[in-house]
Design a protein around this ligand. Structure first.
Ligand code: SAM
Length: 268
C-alpha cells in the first residue's frame, strides 16, 4: 500500500465467509490482483487494505456493477491503488508478469469462455495464478482445465445448504501436442450449462477418473483433514450424481450409475 492513502476513518471491511475464503487462498503478491467479474469490488478492496497485493484491477462486463465498484473504491480512498475496467473477461486487459487473478461467483461455462479467449489471444503465461470459484459445473471445469492448467489446491464449504468450491490454479502453458487436445475440449464445451454433464460423459472417462474429477483430486488428497465435512461432501456429490443418472440419455446412464456405486461404497 506504499503511496496509497486509504480512508483510515473507516472500520475494516467485513466480508462474508465466501469472500474471506477467497482472500485466504490468494497468494500474497507485490503485483496486481485482477478481479474478473468484480461486481462490488469488495475482494480487491480487502486484499489491498490488508496489504496482500501491490495494486488491483476491478473488472466487470457490465457498467452498473463497475460503477458500484468505483463508488466503493472511492469511499475507501483506494482510487490510486485499484483501477476499474469495463471488459469481457481479460479482453481489455494486458496481463503482466506478476499478475494474479480471480474469477468468482460465475458459472463454469462463462469461465471457460473467458479462459478460451485469453488463451487464444496469447495473454496467458506459464505460472500465472488464477483463483476460481465457479457457481456450478465444477467437475466439468476441472476436466476442461486439465492439462494446461494445474489445479494446485482446492477448498470447499457449505453455507445455507449450498456447496461452494474454490480452485487454485496455475497456467502450465500449451505445447504443440496438448493444444490439440485442449482445443477439442474448448469446441465441445457446451454453451448451455445443463448440457455440461454430457460433456463429461462424451469423454468416456473410466469410473475412477470420473470419480476423481467429480470430487477433485486435491479434495481427495485432503479428505482426512475434516472427516465430517468430507462425509457431507460425499453425500452431496452422490445426490448430484443420482440426479444426473436419472436425467442422462440411456447411453450415458451407466457412467453415472458406476459413479453412484463408488460413492455409495465410500459412504458405507
Ligand atoms: C455474482 S457476481 C460475483 C461478484 C464477485 N466476483 C463475487 O464473487 O462476489 C458476477 C459478476 O460477474 C460479472 N460478469 C459476468 N460475466 C462476466 C465476464 N464475461 N467478464 C467480466 N465480468 C463478468 C457480472 O456482471 C457480475 O457483476
Amino acid at each position: 500500500m506504499a503511496g496509497i492513502k486509504q480512508n483510515i476513518d473507516l472500520p475494516p471491511l467485513r466480508l462474508g465467509p465466501r469472500l474471506e475464503c477467497l482472500l485466504s487462498l490468494l497468494p500474497a503478491v507485490t503485483g496486481r490482483l485482477i478481479d474478473i467479474g468484480c461486481d462490488h469490488a469488495l475482494l480487491p478492496i480487502a486484499a489491498l487494505e490488508r496489504g496482500m497485493v501491490g495494486s488491483a484491477l476491478a473488472v466487470d462486463v457490465r457498467s452498473r456493477p463497475l460503477d458500484r465498484a468505483h463508488a466503493n473504491i472511492i469511499a475507501r480512498g483506494l482510487e490510486q491503488g485499484i483501477g476499474t475496467v469495463l471488459s469481457d473477461g481479460f479482453d481489455e486487459i494486458d496481463l503482466q508478469p506478476g499478475d494474479t487473478a480471480v474469477i468468482a461467483g460465475i458459472g463454469a461455462t462463462v469461465i471457460v469462455d473467458i479462459l478460451r479467449r485469453a488463451r487464444e489471444s496469447g495473454k496467458l503465461f506459464p505460472g500465472f495464478f488464477l483463483l476460481l470459484q465457479p457457481t456450478r459445473s465444477t467437475a466439468a471445469l476441472r476436466m476442461y482445465l486439465t492439462p494446461e492448467w494445474e489445479i494446485v489446491a482446492e477448498k470447499f464449504f457449505f453455507q445455507g445448504g449450498r456447496l461452494y468450491n474454490f480452485l487454485s490454479t496455475t497456467y502450465r502453458g500449451c505445447s504443440e501436442d496438448n493444444s490439440t487436445t485442449h482445443n477439442d475440449n474448448i469446441t465441445e464445451f457446451p454453451d448451455i450449462s445443463v448440457d455440461i454433464y454430457s460433456y463429461i460423459a462424451k469423454r468416456k472417462p473410466s469410473p475412477a477418473s470420473l470419480y476423481s474429477v467429480w470430487m477433485g483430486e486435491c479434495n481427495l488428497r485432503d479428505r482426512g483433514i475434516a472427516p465430517d465435512l468430507w462425509r457431507r461432501y460425499l453425500r452431496h456429490q452422490l445426490s448430484a450424481a443420482r440426479e444426473f443418472m436419472l436425467g442422462a440419455p440411456s447411453k450415458q446412464k451407466e457412467t453415472w450409475r458406476e459413479l453412484c456405486r463408488i460413492l455409495e461404497e465410500e459412504i458405507k
